[in-house]
Design a protein around this ligand. Structure first.
Ligand code: PAF
Length: 277
Protein backbone atom coordinates (compact mmCIF):
# COMPACT_ATOMS: atom_id res chain seq x y z
CA UNK A 1 0.00 0.00 0.00
CA UNK A 2 1.54 3.25 -1.17
CA UNK A 3 1.06 6.23 1.15
CA UNK A 4 1.46 9.52 -0.73
CA UNK A 5 1.27 12.98 0.73
CA UNK A 6 2.42 15.29 -2.08
CA UNK A 7 0.28 15.89 -5.17
CA UNK A 8 3.13 14.94 -7.53
CA UNK A 9 3.65 11.64 -5.73
CA UNK A 10 -0.08 10.90 -5.93
CA UNK A 11 -0.16 11.81 -9.63
CA UNK A 12 2.78 9.61 -10.59
CA UNK A 13 1.35 6.70 -8.59
CA UNK A 14 -2.07 7.21 -10.22
CA UNK A 15 -0.44 7.11 -13.68
CA UNK A 16 1.03 3.71 -12.88
CA UNK A 17 -2.41 2.18 -12.16
CA UNK A 18 -3.93 0.31 -15.13
CA UNK A 19 -7.63 -0.53 -15.21
CA UNK A 20 -10.46 0.89 -13.17
CA UNK A 21 -9.95 2.97 -10.03
CA UNK A 22 -12.38 3.36 -7.14
CA UNK A 23 -12.00 6.36 -4.83
CA UNK A 24 -13.07 6.41 -1.18
CA UNK A 25 -12.74 9.99 0.13
CA UNK A 26 -12.58 10.22 3.93
CA UNK A 27 -11.62 12.55 6.74
CA UNK A 28 -9.90 9.70 8.56
CA UNK A 29 -10.55 8.22 12.00
CA UNK A 30 -11.93 5.31 10.06
CA UNK A 31 -14.71 3.02 11.25
CA UNK A 32 -16.63 0.11 9.82
CA UNK A 33 -18.70 2.52 7.69
CA UNK A 34 -15.58 3.66 5.79
CA UNK A 35 -14.22 0.12 5.60
CA UNK A 36 -17.47 -1.10 4.02
CA UNK A 37 -17.00 1.55 1.28
CA UNK A 38 -13.43 0.33 0.73
CA UNK A 39 -14.60 -3.30 0.49
CA UNK A 40 -17.24 -2.39 -2.06
CA UNK A 41 -14.72 -0.37 -4.09
CA UNK A 42 -12.29 -3.28 -3.95
CA UNK A 43 -15.01 -5.69 -5.18
CA UNK A 44 -15.95 -3.43 -8.10
CA UNK A 45 -12.66 -1.84 -9.25
CA UNK A 46 -9.14 -2.99 -10.19
CA UNK A 47 -7.55 -0.48 -7.80
CA UNK A 48 -8.67 1.48 -4.75
CA UNK A 49 -7.47 4.91 -3.65
CA UNK A 50 -8.45 6.19 -0.20
CA UNK A 51 -7.94 9.84 0.65
CA UNK A 52 -7.62 11.08 4.22
CA UNK A 53 -8.02 14.83 4.62
CA UNK A 54 -9.81 16.74 7.37
CA UNK A 55 -11.14 19.47 5.13
CA UNK A 56 -11.13 22.84 6.96
CA UNK A 57 -13.39 24.37 4.30
CA UNK A 58 -16.39 22.29 5.35
CA UNK A 59 -16.27 23.22 9.05
CA UNK A 60 -18.04 26.33 10.35
CA UNK A 61 -16.28 28.72 12.77
CA UNK A 62 -18.01 27.12 15.81
CA UNK A 63 -17.59 23.52 14.68
CA UNK A 64 -15.15 20.83 15.73
CA UNK A 65 -12.27 21.23 13.22
CA UNK A 66 -9.49 21.45 15.82
CA UNK A 67 -10.95 18.60 17.93
CA UNK A 68 -11.87 16.37 14.99
CA UNK A 69 -10.35 12.95 15.83
CA UNK A 70 -7.21 12.04 13.90
CA UNK A 71 -5.05 8.90 14.01
CA UNK A 72 -3.21 8.22 10.77
CA UNK A 73 -1.28 5.16 11.97
CA UNK A 74 -4.49 3.50 13.13
CA UNK A 75 -6.21 4.38 9.82
CA UNK A 76 -3.35 2.91 7.78
CA UNK A 77 -3.37 -0.28 9.83
CA UNK A 78 -7.10 -0.68 9.14
CA UNK A 79 -6.63 -0.11 5.40
CA UNK A 80 -3.59 -2.36 4.81
CA UNK A 81 -5.41 -5.71 5.18
CA UNK A 82 -8.14 -4.56 2.76
CA UNK A 83 -5.77 -4.43 -0.22
CA UNK A 84 -5.96 -0.66 -0.75
CA UNK A 85 -3.46 0.42 -3.43
CA UNK A 86 -2.93 4.06 -2.52
CA UNK A 87 -3.68 6.30 0.45
CA UNK A 88 -3.37 10.02 -0.23
CA UNK A 89 -2.96 12.24 2.84
CA UNK A 90 -2.59 15.78 1.49
CA UNK A 91 -1.99 18.71 3.85
CA UNK A 92 -4.22 21.81 3.99
CA UNK A 93 -1.40 23.73 2.24
CA UNK A 94 -1.55 21.31 -0.70
CA UNK A 95 -5.34 21.54 -1.00
CA UNK A 96 -5.63 25.28 -0.30
CA UNK A 97 -2.29 26.98 -1.01
CA UNK A 98 -1.89 30.70 -0.25
CA UNK A 99 -3.96 32.73 -2.71
CA UNK A 100 -6.51 29.94 -3.22
CA UNK A 101 -9.79 31.41 -4.54
CA UNK A 102 -11.83 28.84 -6.52
CA UNK A 103 -14.99 27.28 -5.11
CA UNK A 104 -17.58 24.81 -6.35
CA UNK A 105 -21.16 25.38 -5.23
CA UNK A 106 -24.35 23.40 -5.83
CA UNK A 107 -27.34 25.72 -5.42
CA UNK A 108 -30.90 24.57 -4.59
CA UNK A 109 -30.00 21.16 -3.14
CA UNK A 110 -27.78 22.72 -0.48
CA UNK A 111 -30.35 25.23 0.82
CA UNK A 112 -32.22 22.98 3.28
CA UNK A 113 -31.45 20.38 5.97
CA UNK A 114 -27.69 20.27 6.72
CA UNK A 115 -27.12 23.22 4.37
CA UNK A 116 -29.49 25.40 6.39
CA UNK A 117 -27.86 24.46 9.71
CA UNK A 118 -24.26 24.57 8.48
CA UNK A 119 -23.83 27.56 6.14
CA UNK A 120 -20.90 27.05 3.77
CA UNK A 121 -20.54 23.36 4.64
CA UNK A 122 -21.50 21.98 1.23
CA UNK A 123 -19.42 24.59 -0.61
CA UNK A 124 -16.45 23.15 1.28
CA UNK A 125 -17.49 19.56 0.53
CA UNK A 126 -18.11 20.06 -3.19
CA UNK A 127 -14.89 22.04 -3.60
CA UNK A 128 -12.73 19.45 -1.90
CA UNK A 129 -14.46 16.51 -3.60
CA UNK A 130 -13.92 18.17 -7.02
CA UNK A 131 -10.24 18.56 -6.17
CA UNK A 132 -10.02 14.94 -5.01
CA UNK A 133 -11.74 13.80 -8.23
CA UNK A 134 -9.29 15.82 -10.34
CA UNK A 135 -6.25 14.57 -8.45
CA UNK A 136 -7.19 10.88 -8.34
CA UNK A 137 -9.14 10.53 -11.63
CA UNK A 138 -11.35 7.66 -10.43
CA UNK A 139 -13.92 5.71 -12.45
CA UNK A 140 -16.16 5.30 -9.40
CA UNK A 141 -16.38 7.15 -6.08
CA UNK A 142 -17.95 5.73 -2.93
CA UNK A 143 -19.98 7.63 -0.32
CA UNK A 144 -22.14 6.56 2.63
CA UNK A 145 -25.92 6.87 2.74
CA UNK A 146 -25.61 8.25 6.28
CA UNK A 147 -24.70 11.61 4.73
CA UNK A 148 -27.72 11.48 2.45
CA UNK A 149 -27.71 15.16 1.47
CA UNK A 150 -23.97 15.06 0.79
CA UNK A 151 -24.51 12.08 -1.54
CA UNK A 152 -27.32 13.92 -3.37
CA UNK A 153 -25.22 17.10 -3.69
CA UNK A 154 -22.19 15.19 -4.99
CA UNK A 155 -24.36 13.31 -7.52
CA UNK A 156 -25.71 16.65 -8.76
CA UNK A 157 -22.23 18.22 -8.94
CA UNK A 158 -20.85 15.21 -10.82
CA UNK A 159 -23.65 15.50 -13.37
CA UNK A 160 -23.43 19.28 -13.68
CA UNK A 161 -19.64 19.40 -14.07
CA UNK A 162 -19.49 16.32 -16.35
CA UNK A 163 -17.09 14.37 -14.18
CA UNK A 164 -16.88 10.95 -15.90
CA UNK A 165 -17.31 9.24 -12.53
CA UNK A 166 -20.01 6.90 -11.21
CA UNK A 167 -21.17 7.87 -7.72
CA UNK A 168 -21.87 4.79 -5.61
CA UNK A 169 -23.86 5.28 -2.39
CA UNK A 170 -23.46 2.47 0.15
CA UNK A 171 -25.76 1.57 3.07
CA UNK A 172 -25.28 3.12 6.52
CA UNK A 173 -23.36 0.84 8.88
CA UNK A 174 -24.85 0.60 12.37
CA UNK A 175 -23.81 -0.56 15.81
CA UNK A 176 -25.84 -3.50 17.19
CA UNK A 177 -28.22 -1.09 18.96
CA UNK A 178 -28.87 0.83 15.74
CA UNK A 179 -26.62 3.89 16.24
CA UNK A 180 -25.21 4.91 12.86
CA UNK A 181 -21.42 4.62 12.79
CA UNK A 182 -19.67 7.99 12.78
CA UNK A 183 -16.25 9.28 13.75
CA UNK A 184 -18.09 11.75 16.02
CA UNK A 185 -19.53 8.92 18.18
CA UNK A 186 -16.14 9.02 19.89
CA UNK A 187 -17.18 12.28 21.59
CA UNK A 188 -20.11 10.62 23.45
CA UNK A 189 -19.75 9.70 27.13
CA UNK A 190 -21.43 6.55 28.41
CA UNK A 191 -24.82 8.12 29.18
CA UNK A 192 -24.83 10.06 25.91
CA UNK A 193 -23.88 6.94 23.97
CA UNK A 194 -26.99 5.22 25.38
CA UNK A 195 -29.21 8.21 24.65
CA UNK A 196 -27.83 8.44 21.09
CA UNK A 197 -29.85 5.39 20.01
CA UNK A 198 -32.86 7.73 20.07
CA UNK A 199 -32.14 8.78 16.47
CA UNK A 200 -32.53 5.20 15.27
CA UNK A 201 -35.58 4.71 17.50
CA UNK A 202 -37.26 7.86 16.17
CA UNK A 203 -36.60 6.91 12.55
CA UNK A 204 -37.83 3.35 13.19
CA UNK A 205 -41.04 4.65 14.81
CA UNK A 206 -41.78 6.87 11.81
CA UNK A 207 -41.03 4.01 9.43
CA UNK A 208 -43.42 1.79 11.36
CA UNK A 209 -46.18 4.40 10.93
CA UNK A 210 -45.38 4.60 7.22
CA UNK A 211 -45.52 0.83 6.92
CA UNK A 212 -48.90 0.86 8.65
CA UNK A 213 -50.12 3.10 5.80
CA UNK A 214 -49.56 6.65 7.10
CA UNK A 215 -48.68 9.05 4.25
CA UNK A 216 -49.15 12.41 5.98
CA UNK A 217 -45.58 13.75 6.16
CA UNK A 218 -46.39 16.00 9.13
CA UNK A 219 -47.53 12.95 11.11
CA UNK A 220 -44.24 11.17 10.33
CA UNK A 221 -42.26 14.26 11.39
CA UNK A 222 -44.43 14.47 14.52
CA UNK A 223 -43.72 10.85 15.44
CA UNK A 224 -39.96 11.42 15.16
CA UNK A 225 -40.22 14.56 17.33
CA UNK A 226 -42.23 12.66 19.95
CA UNK A 227 -39.61 9.91 20.29
CA UNK A 228 -36.76 12.44 20.38
CA UNK A 229 -38.53 14.42 23.12
CA UNK A 230 -38.68 11.28 25.27
CA UNK A 231 -34.87 11.32 25.61
CA UNK A 232 -33.97 14.62 27.33
CA UNK A 233 -30.18 14.62 26.67
CA UNK A 234 -31.13 14.65 22.98
CA UNK A 235 -31.94 18.12 21.61
CA UNK A 236 -33.49 18.03 18.15
CA UNK A 237 -32.10 20.46 15.61
CA UNK A 238 -34.41 19.39 12.77
CA UNK A 239 -36.47 16.46 11.56
CA UNK A 240 -37.42 16.16 7.94
CA UNK A 241 -39.63 14.11 5.67
CA UNK A 242 -38.54 15.16 2.19
CA UNK A 243 -38.56 14.06 -1.42
CA UNK A 244 -35.51 11.83 -1.93
CA UNK A 245 -34.31 13.60 -5.08
CA UNK A 246 -35.15 17.28 -4.52
CA UNK A 247 -34.88 17.19 -0.68
CA UNK A 248 -37.97 19.44 -0.53
CA UNK A 249 -40.25 18.97 2.50
CA UNK A 250 -43.37 16.96 1.67
CA UNK A 251 -47.02 17.34 2.67
CA UNK A 252 -47.88 13.82 1.54
CA UNK A 253 -45.45 10.95 1.01
CA UNK A 254 -45.67 9.57 -2.53
CA UNK A 255 -42.48 8.16 -4.05
CA UNK A 256 -38.99 7.66 -2.68
CA UNK A 257 -38.73 9.67 0.54
CA UNK A 258 -35.94 10.67 2.91
CA UNK A 259 -36.63 10.77 6.64
CA UNK A 260 -33.72 12.59 8.25
CA UNK A 261 -32.70 14.41 11.39
CA UNK A 262 -29.92 16.25 13.19
CA UNK A 263 -29.82 15.96 16.97
CA UNK A 264 -27.43 17.23 19.63
CA UNK A 265 -26.65 14.62 22.25
CA UNK A 266 -24.79 16.66 24.83
CA UNK A 267 -22.39 18.73 22.72
CA UNK A 268 -22.18 16.16 19.93
CA UNK A 269 -24.19 16.74 16.80
CA UNK A 270 -25.41 13.51 15.19
CA UNK A 271 -27.30 12.94 11.95
CA UNK A 272 -29.13 9.91 10.62
CA UNK A 273 -31.73 9.00 8.01
CA UNK A 274 -33.93 6.27 6.56
CA UNK A 275 -35.11 5.98 2.98
CA UNK A 276 -38.76 5.04 2.45
CA UNK A 277 -40.39 3.72 -0.71
O1 PAF B 1 -18.01 12.49 4.23
C1 PAF B 1 -16.87 12.92 4.50
O2 PAF B 1 -16.10 12.32 5.23
C2 PAF B 1 -16.40 14.24 3.87
O3 PAF B 1 -17.46 15.14 3.78
C3 PAF B 1 -15.71 14.06 2.51
C4 PAF B 1 -16.66 13.50 1.47
C5 PAF B 1 -14.52 13.14 2.67
C6 PAF B 1 -15.21 15.41 2.01
O4 PAF B 1 -14.33 15.99 2.90
Amino acid sequence: MKVASSLSDLRSTRLSLDGTVGLVPTMGYLHEGHLSLVRQAKAECDHVIVTIFVNPAQFGPNEDLSKYPRDLERDLSLLRPLGVDVVWTPSAEIMYPPGYQTWVEVEALTKGLEGAMRPGHFRGVTTVVSKLFNATQPHKAYFGQKDAQQAAVIRQMTRDLNFPIEIVVCPTQREVDGLAMSSRNKYLNEAERKAATVLFRALSAAKELYEAGERDAEKLRGRMKEVLASEPPAQMQYVSCADYDTLEELDMVKGKTLLSMAVFVGKTRLIDNFVLG
